[in-house]
Design a protein around this ligand. Structure first.
Ligand code: SF4
Ligand code: SF4
Length: 284
């Protein structure tokens, strides 16, 4: 039976334990989180005027790497559009116009969302689309220099370009299993002193594994080295501890939800295809 137990949840960070899957499925979820959850990022820029020190291309590249936050309702509409293969019809337009009177920095906060492409605008409703921070520097201007441009954001995935990646970290480790051969242990605490995470302790003349801390085990095996015949470190190959850190384009729990949905859809499509091929008359 597959289960997910949430351990920590913030807007941009979550930790959970996934149990009852194979390492292949666990890795599919990790890869999907990094490379297959579509997000919005600037993909086309029309430079109207640029007298800054940066070439137009560098400016466009810097704009593309600014993470853009979208409210969930608009996101779902954009996702549907993307999954239907119509991503060029669902674009968000930003304008940027800054002229420096004295030396100045152009920040992401200067970008103004001016609406969606025709046709998509009704679906989006009262959309909230803006850079995740107003303080991302784009370019410095000397007195009299000017940048005027329009930028078009489209949906895409990290598989195409890192600018579409919704998370900066998506990692997992096997759930640690620490066993102590109680009969052979004299509770000398040598192993407990060797553990940098405080996972082993001697209580009432007996060594015990502190279960509340076991997820912090790095599997460094220092305890096993201190007492190789008594302590055994291993891991559960059906249970995984995930740590996911979002970049702010969506709350990280939404990123995980979309990733799980996309993994399940792909698994179902694969199973359907296999069944179709093994049925009499199938192409297989
Ligand atoms: S497992 Fe080994 S090192 Fe640890 S307390 Fe027992 S005897 Fe000492
Ligand atoms: S493997 Fe390392 S972190 Fe884990 S219990 Fe042993 S010493 Fe501690």
């Amino acid at each position: 039976m597959v289960s997910i137990v949430l351990k920590q949840l913030g807007d941009d960070y979550c930790e959970f334990v996934l149990e009852g899957v194979t390492p292949a499925v666990a890795n599919a979820l990790r890869r999907t989180l990094l490379a297959d959850v579509p997000t919005l990022a600037i993909d086309e820029v029309v430079v109207i005027e640029n007298s800054s020190v940066l070439f137009d291309e560098i400016l466009a590249h810097r704009l593309a790497l600014i993470p853009i936050r979208v409210d969930r309702e608009t996101y779902e509409a954009l996702l549907q559009c993307y999954e239907e293969g119509k991503r060029d019809e669902c674009t968000a337009t930003f304008t940027l116009e800054v002229e420096a009177e004295r030396q100045a920095t152009v920040y992401s906060g200067h970008m103004k969302f001016s609406g969606f492409s025709e046709g998509f605008a009704q679906l989006a409703g009262a959309a909230e689309v803006k850079p995740v921070s107003d303080l991302i520097p784009i370019v410095k201007l000397a007195p009299g220099q000017k940048v005027i441009l329009e930028a078009y954001a489209k949906m895409g995935t990290g598989r195409e370009h890192a600018k579409w990646q919704p998370v900066s970290v998506a990692a997992y480790k096997y759930y640690p299993v620490i066993k102590v051969l109680k009969e052979a242990c004299d509770a000398c605490e040598r192993c407990a002193q060797a553990c940098p995470r405080g996972i082993l302790r001697a209580e009432g003349g007996k060594l015990e594994v502190v279960q509340e801390r076991i997820e912090e085990c790095t599997m460094c095996r220092a305890c096993e080295e201190a007492c190789p015949d008594v302590v055994k470190v291993s891991w559960d190959t059906t249970k995984f501890i995930y740590r996911v850190e979002g970049v702010g384009v969506l709350p990280v729990k939404d990123v995980v939800e979309v990733a799980v949905r996309r993994v399940l859809r792909r698994i179902n499509a694969f199973v359907d295809e296999v069944q179709r091929k093994v049925q009499p008359g199938g192409r297989g």
